[in-house]
Design a protein around this ligand. Structure first.
Ligand code: NAD
Ligand code: DAU
Length: 353
């Protein structure tokens, strides 16, 4: 019988990439546990939804009765925890959901998982992988990199909530000997990215000839990683990561925001030239800066490369071209997000199961 693995947040951007990887390329039996907030989209899992080693359960990680029930029912060998509120701008205008899901939800999941773990005869096989972000480390100046030894210095409600959850996870290891691994990754991009984040927003606005909003002077720097490279890193962290350790993930792809936006515009000029003969970059509009906007993120991924043999398969040039092409080829997915139809998928496809 194949081992069961829980993935929380598997209907989100990174979670769905991980679920597709696990269902297609491993023998695990995957239980995707997701509340289906605005960011959860089961259409992203259409390609694997009928696979025999995949099941979806709609559940809130804050609901201990339901989560305890799932542990008792499925008896998983591990859990990869991605469920979270993930958008920095939303955390600035409304932090409450971030505190609830990212902190209280992670605490609840830890407690449910620990109760289940304590009930196991053979404990050697269980692992809890907590998926976190480079934003917990704060903001860099012109030089230097984040690594596993960088002190935490979160500065937005989102990053503070993620840092809190990391600390809870680490405390459960030190206090209860609970088997955890933490990963901290840089900015992801790729297919099925919800079009509120910079890259999918720019691609989709450009295709609709809407303005391309760049915060402040556009000089803020992010370190971009293609989402499937992150997913492979998470699988390695689950299978080979040392209990109690954390792993920083990133592909050395630093770009400032205006470079990113200009790159997308040039690729679109080539793949889908505007009918009015203008360039997509003519749509760029500098807008009011994000409050407390972190200047620069950049990661040193040496540890996961050395210890777990991880390396990215895409660099930014190859990954961004694939991403733009994916959005050109998958207009229906975007249209359903924009119309809200993606939230009807659960009723249409799961009501009789
Ligand atoms: P996302 O917003 O696309 O998806 C989050 C998923 O979690 C959604 O499917 C949503 O329905 C689900 N969810 C939210 N609240 C829930 C709850 N209370 N119970 C159950 N499910 C709930 O996020 P993402 O960009 O895929 O990020 C996934 C994880 O990776 C997050 O923990 C995030 O902090 C982390 N991360 C993201 C990035 C990035 O660049 N996007 C980088 C590093 C780390
Ligand atoms: O670094 C990892 C983090 O990356 C993850 O933990 C978060 O979940 C994820 O959302 C992402 O956070 P960012 O805030 O870096 O991503 P976002 O796409 O929102 O913004 C990227 C940069 O682009 C940032 O400097 C703000 C800027 N920006 C963003 C938007 C949405 C713009 O200039 N214009 C925009 O419209």
């Amino acid at each position: 019988m194949s081992k069961c693995l829980f993935v929380t947040g598997g209907a989100g951007f990174i979670g769905s990439a991980l679920v597709r990887l696990l269902v297609n390329n491993t023998k695990y039996s995957i239980i995707n546990i997701d509340k289906l907030t605005y960011a959860g989209n089961l259409e992203s899992l259409k390609s694997i939804e009928n696979s025999p080693n995949y099941s979806f359960v709609q559940a809130d990680i804050c609901d201990s009765e339901k989560i305890n029930g799932l542990f008792n029912k499925y008896k998983p060998s591990g859990i990869i925890h991605l469920a979270a509120e993930s958008h920095v701008d939303r955390s600035i205008t409304g932090p409450n959901e971030f505190i609830q899901t990212n902190i209280v939800g992670t605490y609840n999941l830890l407690e449910c998982a620990r109760t289940y773990y304590n009930s196991l005869g053979d404990k050697s096989d269980f692992k809890f992988v907590h998926v976190s972000t480079d934003e917990v480390f704060g903001s860099l100046g012109e030089t230097g990199y984040f690594s596993e030894s960088t002190s935490y210095d979160p500065r937005s409600p989102y990053s503070a909530s993620k840092a809190s959850s990391d600390l809870l996870v680490r405390a459960w290891f030190h206090t209860y000997n609970f088997p955890i691994v933490i990963t901290n990754c840089t900015n992801n991009y790729g297919p099925y990215h919800f079009p509120e984040k910079l890259i999918p927003l720019i691609i989709n606005n450009a295709l609709q000839l809407k303005s391309l909003p760049v915060y402040g002077n556009g000089k803020n720097i992010r370190d971009w990683l293609y989402v499937d490279d992150h997913a492979r890193g998470l699988l390695l962290a689950f299978e080979c990561g040392t209990i109690g350790e954390s792993y920083c993930i990133g592909g050395h792809n630093e770009r400032n925001n205006i470079q990113v936006v200009n790159t997308i515009c040039s690729i679109l000029d080539e793949l889908k030239p505007r009918v009015d003969g203008k360039r997509y970059s003519d749509l760029i509009t500098f807008v009011t800066d994000r409050q407390g906007h972190d200047y620069r993120y950049a990661m040193d991924p040496s540890k996961i490369m050395r210890d777990l043999g991880w390396k990215p398969l895409e660099d930014f040039d190859s990954g961004i071209r694939k991403t733009v092409q994916w959005f050109l080829d998958n207009k229906e997915w975007v249209e359903h997000v924009q119309s809200g139809d993606y939230q009807k998928w659960i009723n249409k496809n799961y009501e009789n199961r």
